[in-house]
Design a protein around this ligand. Structure first.
Ligand SMILES: C[S@@+](CC[C@H](N)C(=O)[O-])C[C@H]1O[C@@H](n2cnc3c(N)ncnc32)[C@H](O)[C@@H]1O
Length: 285
């Protein structure tokens, strides 16, 4: 990094200039719905500066031209991967897992035991801690869940997060927030590796992780009984959020549950399709 001054805008190579910031923000919004407000300029600079250097580009204007070029699609995915916030935890917002165990899962377990189909979706699952926490809760109630037609789908726009989730080896396995019983159900003895603890095969068999941009078509067939979409829509603007809630309403079975993040609320026309079912928890009417 040389810190060369770009005379036109008075910024250094380390800083994104106004025009490039706007172009990048417009591109990110169009591709994945994330709003980069002016307050995110430092974030954009800090997360992309190294990428510019690795690509040998002289400034953010050159980077904009690159991502907008015919061959720029792959780099746009990479950029979104660098700009997304992937913070997550096992059993984050623990009250949702209590509700899952006591209220939501028992009738679904019954249905699966009777030969029925049950589907749960963790939309915006980051590196997999959320779907594996759901799977551990299910395993507690139904140790043989994987032998039934019961599956958890985890999707995220960020391919790097999906790669980590599929590898299923975690350094945060010792997180004090994980209830001891759940830790045992998730990791079990003999699952320690040099890089962390591996999720037991019984849970991996329940969970499928795949890349999916929520702004694009959803290829999944059939409805879901439970959707977790937590701490994802906070990065979107109100119209994008409203569209997403309506799409979740479409793919959620009647009586199905939607869990959202602590600062999120269902909004827009979809409000009429959901009833309250607990703290940041809704039920499809
Ligand atoms: C803060 S994490 C939340 C993870 C988890 N749901 C939780 O609450 O712990 C937000 C995730 O949403 C994903 N995301 C952002 N925009 C997305 C989009 N358009 N489609 C799919 N995933 C998206 C990010 O890649 C990131 O992993």
């Amino acid at each position: 990094m040389t810190g060369t001054l770009i005379p036109a805008c008075g910024t250094t190579l380390n800083e994104v200039d106004d025009r490039s910031f706007r172009r990048l923000a417009d591109r990110v919004y169009a591709d994945c719905g994330i709003v980069l407000s002016d307050g995110k300029r430092n974030l954009v600079t800090s997360r992309l500066a190294r990428r510019l250097r690795d690509l040998g580009l002289e400034d953010f204007d050159a980077y904009c031209r690159f991502i907008e070029s015919a061959g720029g699609a792959e780099e746009r995915r990479r950029m979104i991967s660098l700009l997304t916030t992937n913070v997550t935890k096992f059993f984050r917002e623990a009250h949702h897992f209590t509700s899952l165990e006591r209220q939501v899962l028992p009738p679904l377990v019954e249905r699966a035991r009777g030969g029925g189909r049950v589907r749960l979706w963790s939309a915006g699952c980051s590196s997999g801690q959320e779907p594996y926490s759901i799977a551990a809760t299910l395993r507690k109630l139904m140790p043989d869940a994987a032998k039934h037609d019961m599956r958890i789908l985890g999707t995220d726009i960020d391919p790097e997060m999906i790669r980590i989730g599929r590898a299923a080896i975690y350094q945060d396995a010792g997180d004090a927030q994980i209830p001891a019983e759940m830790r045992r159900l998730m990791f079990g003895p003999g699952q320690a590796t040099e890089k962390g603890c591996r999720i037991v095969p019984e849970l991996q068999a329940l969970v499928t992780l795949t890349e999916l941009n929520l702004m694009q078509d959803w290829p999944m067939r059939g409805r879901f009984d439970v959707i977790f979409c937590r701490n994802v829509v906070i990065y979107f603007d109100a119209p994008t959020q409203a569209r997403l809630w309506a799409r979740f309403a479409e793919v959620l079975a009647p009586g199905g549950y939607l869990f959202v993040g602590h600062s999120e609320r269902v909004s827009g026309p979809a409000c009429g399709q959901f009833g309250p079912a607990g703290v940041t928890q809704y039920r499809r009417l």
